[in-house]
Design a protein around this ligand. Structure first.
Ligand SMILES: C[S@@+](CC[C@H](N)C(=O)[O-])C[C@H]1O[C@@H](n2cnc3c(N)ncnc32)[C@H](O)[C@@H]1O
Length: 88
């Protein structure tokens, strides 16, 4: 898999991350998809936690984010995980 069906533009999330976190802080996206939030968080020197129901999207996101370079501050730690699907 190398595409996500509903990837959003990085410019859309950038002001939210800048306004809602400090460099070195943590950004959580529980609907991670292709990892746009993580990619922008890393670029802006934020840590991030990404969760997605679909493990294939988590792999896609990890590969994408690995290529991103941090512009400001430092990206200290990050995690990407698949949500456990349960039937209640
Ligand atoms: C609109 S997409 C997010 C796209 C993302 N912003 C991007 O730029 O790639 C929503 C994502 O939420 C995931 N999802 C849906 N229900 C979920 C759940 N209950 N827990 C975790 N992830 C879920 C889907 O697999 C999908 O990848």
């Amino acid at each position: 898999m190398n595409e996500h069906f509903a990837m959003f533009p990085e410019k859309l999330i950038e002001p939210c991350i800048l306004a809602g976190s400090r460099a070195g802080g943590i950004v959580l996206d529980p609907f991670f998809g292709s990892g746009t939030t993580g990619a922008v968080a890393k670029r802006l020197g934020r840590n991030y936690i990404g969760i997605d129901l679909n493990p294939s999207f988590c792999e896609l996101a990890k590969e994408r984010i690995e290529k991103v370079k941090t512009e400001k501050g430092g990206c200290l730690r990050y995690a990407v995980t698949a949500a456990e699907e349960r039937t209640y």
